[in-house]
Design a protein around this ligand. Structure first.
Ligand code: GLU
Length: 450
């Protein structure tokens, strides 16, 4: 369809060097073509042209002083992409790889992900190129305060509600919340992922990982399969990976790997979850330390990965849970997974598979849950936190977990019925993109040209 190509070419011309954003936009634009054919209204209302443009992008300077008294300068970003369905909602990522294109891809994905949850949340994202690795607690606090000293004027519980992402967890949310409260002079649910002691929701920490496993469960159930007794590989060792592993154990599966940017652990008998939590949540040390406590486990540093391959995906498995970062799983990894008999991939990370890998999964008709569907449990539970804050109530862990499981089921049903409606019942990329797109596009039309 030349029309879609024109919009895409325009994007490349006007937003130079935003490769990750092009990748995310291309996937969505290509997979919604059948919906554009079916409903001429989207073209009449120039929804495609409008949806790829953020409503607002905020770029700001973050000055702070390190422990040696040296001034440091970082970039701050907040992209307010689409508010058709609710206040902008999406996490903050602190990582040296963050740039305008990365935040734009994450914000764009977030629009459709949030729409899929069926809850009232628009799409946004933000972050900084600040590297939290090796920073002292005081440095983290000073950076978070400096970051919020600008961000606070743009956000609010009914405007834009940030949360965590890579490099931003409970500690960072706490420091940012404190600074917001001081500057705005308001105690309100402006951030999610807050501590349970002051406004957080039970189950939010676990939600993204649990959700990705629930999503796999529902995909598999439809094919008469279960995760019970099955070997699974997980990448990453942050919040998403840890709670993916926890839920896999609860469902009787055997997660055998996890990784960080330096290497991967393969523990044939199953990853020691308590040890992993201690290393990553308490001690905040490198994953290589795992073998100090579990000498039988195998640690492979990244330098020893075979050329062009992520070693996590070379371990034979029934299901894979990419839970680290974008483009961590390439065509070669996908080939290896399929050759080894993997029949399920559920993405806890955002856009972890390259377009070539996605094509292989879709063509092979395995159970493939793209990130914007499979990892939506995190942001969905953030919205449950907003609901609790707004009504000044607290739900039990069981209540939140049951709601999360139901939301993941709804997302699966919505993506798979939409995929079937457009003649490709197993293609959840198409199903998720069209289902999310329709919700946002219809709301944009009904709200007029704003
Ligand atoms: N960063 C998470 C995501 O990618 C969660 C966002 C949120 O809770 O607002 O969806």
């Amino acid at each position: 369809m030349p029309y879609v190509k024109e919009v895409f070419d325009y994007l490349i011309r006007t937003s130079p060097a935003q490769t990750e954003f092009y990748q995310a936009a291309k996937e969505v634009l290509e997979s919604i073509r059948p919906a554009l054919d079916k409903y001429p209204k989207y073209r009449q209302h120039k929804i495609i042209e409008r949806i790829v443009e953020p409503e607002r992008q905020i770029l700001f300077r973050v000055n702070w002083v390190d422990d040696n008294g040296v001034i440091q300068v970082n970039k701050g970003f907040r992209i307010e992409f689409n508010s058709a369905l609710g206040p902008y909602k999406g996490g903050l990522r602190f990582h040296p790889s963050v740039n305008a294109g990365v935040i734009k891809f994450l914000g764009f994905e977030q629009i459709f992900k949030n729409a899929l949850t069926g809850l009232q949340i628009g799409g946004g994202k933000g972050g900084s190129d600040f590297n939290p690795k090796g920073k002292s607690d005081n440095e983290i606090m000073r950076f978070c305060q400096a970051f919020m000293s600008e961000l606070y004027r743009h956000i609010g519980p009914n405007t834009d509600v940030p949360a965590g992402d890579i490099g931003v967890g409970g500690r960072e949310i706490g420091y940012m919340f404190g600074m917001y409260k001081k500057l705005a002079n308001r105690y309100e649910g402006v951030l999610t992922g807050k501590s349970l002691k002051w406004g957080g929701s039970l189950g939010r920490t676990e939600a993204t990982g649990y959700g990705a496993v629930y999503f796999a469960k529902y995909m598999l159930e439809d094919r008469g399969e279960t995760l019970e007794g099955k070997r699974c590989v997980v990448s990453g060792s942050g919040n998403v990976a840890i709670y993916t592993i926890e839920k896999l154990y609860q469902l009787g599966a055997i997660p055998v790997t996890c990784s960080d940017s330096s290497g991967m652990i393969y523990d044939e008998s199953g990853i020691d979850l308590e040890l992993l939590k201690e290393l990553k949540e308490q001690k905040r040390v490198r994953l290589s330390e795992y073998t100090t406590y579990k000498p039988m486990a195998k640690y492979t540093p990244v330098e020893e990965y075979p050329e062009g391959v992520n070693a996590v995906y070379s371990i034979p498995c029934f299901a894979a849970f990419p839970s680290a970062t974008q483009n961590e799983l390439n065509e070669k990894d996908a080939e290896i997974l399929l050759a080894n008999g993997c029949i399920c991939v559920s993405e806890g990370a955002n856009m972890p598979s390259t377009p070539e890998a996605v094509d292989l999964f879709v063509d092979a008709k395995i159970c493939y849950g793209p990130g914007k569907a499979a990892n939506a449990g995190g942001v969905a539970t953030s919205q449950l936190e907003m609901q609790q804050n707004a009504s000044m109530t607290n739900w039990t862990f069981e209540e939140v977990d049951a709601k999360l499981a139901q939301i993941m089921k709804n997302i699966y049903v919505s993506a798979s019925t939409t995929a079937a409606e457009f003649g490709e019942p197993t293609n959840l990329v198409l199903g998720a993109n069209i289902a999310g797109f329709r919700k946002v596009a219809d709301a944009m039309i009904e709200q007029g040209l704003v």
